[in-house]
Design a protein around this ligand. Structure first.
Ligand SMILES: [Zn+2]
Length: 199
């Protein structure tokens, strides 16, 4: 509990409401999502509501900070095998077409608020990349940025070193969740590039 709080203060996360102030049933969460972002297809049937509730403040923060790319989000899905995920591990992926997916994993960290913020903002980073690469005016500059800064991006995390696209998503996660004083150089450059879309 104390560790979680210290982490939050250190990393500047979870600035939204407490998860306990969000709907705690699956149906309630589905209705909550539909009332806020009716264009997003939500299929979270089979997720554990006590775990999925942590995703709601994370999504709210993404919507508030990045309204234009958030409006281009098409779907959020969690696979049925993710039933019971507070005790399990969750991974996420982006389908390249506006869809964010969550699924149960054999390894990794258990689901909590910080994990949800990490997963969803990392995947939203992939969404932001796809969205910008779809934009005629931005396509070339973003593609160049991702190629040209990959070496720098590898410094963010082990995962960032996997590919230029993962470096981009890790940089986005850092920009979105951590205080500016803790940003890597890659993230600083990315923040400058993305500043027109930050609310
Ligand atoms: Zn990724």
């Amino acid at each position: 509990m104390i560790t979680g709080l210290l982490n939050r203060l250190r990393r500047g996360r979870s600035d939204g409401r407490k998860p306990s102030s969000y709907p705690m049933s699956g149906a309630g969460q589905k209705a909550w999502l539909a009332s806020r972002w009716p264009w997003i297809e939500v299929d979270v049937e089979g997720t554990h509501p006590e775990a999925f509730v942590h995703c709601l403040p994370a999504l709210e923060k993404l919507a508030r900070c990045w309204p234009e790319p958030f409006a281009a989000l098409k779907s959020i899905r969690a696979t049925p095998e993710s039933v019971g995920w507070p005790a399990n591990h969750v991974r996420a992926w982006y389908d390249g077409k506006g869809g964010m997916h969550l699924r149960r994993a054999k390894w990794g960290r258990a689901t909590d608020g910080e994990r949800c913020e990490y997963l969803l903002s990392h995947e939203f980073g992939h969404h932001m990349e796809a969205w910008l690469l779809d934009n005629m005016e931005m396509r070339d500059v973003v593609a160049w940025f991702i190629r040209a800064n990959f070496e720098l991006g590898k410094e963010i995390s082990d995962y960032a070193a996997i590919s230029p696209s993962e470096a981009w998503a890790e940089g986005f996660e850092e920009q979105h969740n951590r205080p500016q004083a803790h940003w890597h150089e890659y993230t600083r450059r990315q923040a400058t590039l993305l500043s027109p879309w930050k609310a």
